[in-house]
Design a protein around this ligand. Structure first.
Ligand code: GTP
Ligand code: MG
Length: 317
């Protein structure tokens, strides 16, 4: 178990390489480059945080907190700010303990997001995780817009050993969800994961379809614990934020999944999302394989983000 945990952590550390290069290296050069804590020092830090996609709100909150602590603790050396900053970023991201309650209940998880962000892949990974815990998993292929979408989910159903309902191109997504709910009930599934289209003829259609799916779930499966996750591609940075806002207009979003953290320097967006929207990031994707989905733990995230070369080696002993 400890070994598995270490494996996860290492993968997270590796996945955050680019974000670390972007944010942490910039900060460290400020900590070492300044001999005293003055306005210039704060300004440079602000720039690094904004450039690192932490967003304006989180950046100001973090810096206000830092200023306060510097004053209170009579801190004089810039390098002493490093730990204070780490703690402050952690605090910004801490959002509650009930995030994973759906794993313990009979639940239905609706997965939404624009095209290409990683919805289908993430569902496959989630199914793998749940199957690994011995749970009965049903997948609903409610993306009937794209011809290959059903086959792609079928492949993941196979890989994760989950049941699949639907997948016929052109079928009515809401009807598939209806069938999937019936199957989940009949088979006493622990969890029903619903894949949706990322693109329809236009955005209005997409939003209407999501509402329709929502209504079917409300009507047909009221006893299930509801979870609605928006998948966002971390590489799109600030764009991801506006997508989350749009989806929150049509659905009660209960969490965010941030994918492609392995390929981006914009991992700071995880902090921005929590600060700007108040919606918790519940999982992050750090690669394309079934094991590359991790629960988002702000402590671990920040720790991994600030693990620099020397520290990586120390940690390995
Ligand atoms: N590197 C990396 N690639 C990922 C991750 N998650 C998904 N991908 C890749 O992103 C691409 C799109 O993923 P899909 O799961 O098909 O995205 P989708 O949101 O279902 O797309 P549509 O069905 O077209 O709306 C695929 O090539 C995935 O392998 C991740 O965490 N890291
Ligand atoms: Mg898809």
């Amino acid at each position: 178990m400890a070994e598995e945990k270490m494996g996860f952590f290492k993968r997270l550390v590796a996945g955050l390489n680019k974000t670390r290069d972007n944010i942490v290296s910039g900060m460290d050069s400020i900590f070492h480059g300044f001999s005293k804590i003055d306005e210039d020092f704060y300004e440079e830090l602000e720039e690094v945080l904004i450039m690192g996609d932490l967003g304006v709100k989180a950046t100001y909150a973090i810096l206000d907190d830092l200023r306060k602590k510097v004053k209170e603790q009579h801190i004089k050396e810039p390098i002493e700010c490093r730990q204070l900053l780490i703690d402050s970023i952690k605090e910004q991201m801490d959002v509650g303990e009930t995030a994973y309650e759906f794993e313990n209940q009979t639940s239905v998880v609706l997965v939404i997001g624009v095209n290409g962000v990683g919805k289908t892949t993430t569902i496959g990974k989630l199914a793998g995780k749940m199957r690994g815990q011995g749970k009965k998993v049903v997948l609903a292929a409610a993306d009937t817009f794209r011809a290959a979408a059903g086959d792609q989910l079928k492949e993941w159903a196979h890989r994760s050993d989950a049941d699949l309902i639907g997948g016929q191109e052109g079928a009515d997504p809401a009807a598939i969800v209806y069938d999937a709910v019936a199957a989940a009930k009949a088979r006493k599934a622990d969890i029903l994961l619903v894949d949706t289209a990322g693109r329809l003829h236009n955005k209005k259609n997409l939003m209407e379809e999501l509402k329709k799916i929502n209504r079917v779930l409300e009507r047909e499966y009221p006893e299930a614990y509801r979870e609605t996750l928006v998948v966002l591609d971390a590489t799109t940075g600030q764009n991801a934020l506006s997508q989350a806002k749009e989806f929150s207009d049509v659905a009660d979003i209960t969490g965010i999944i941030l994918t492609k953290m392995d390929g981006t320097a914009k991992g700071g967006i995880a902090v921005a999302i929590q600060a700007e929207l108040g919606i918790p990031v519940k999982y992050i994707g750090v690669g394309e394989t079934i094991d590359d989905l991790q629960k988002f733990d702000s402590d671990e995230f920040v720790q991994a983000l600030f693990t620099t070369e020397e520290k990586k080696e120390e940690g390995e002993e």
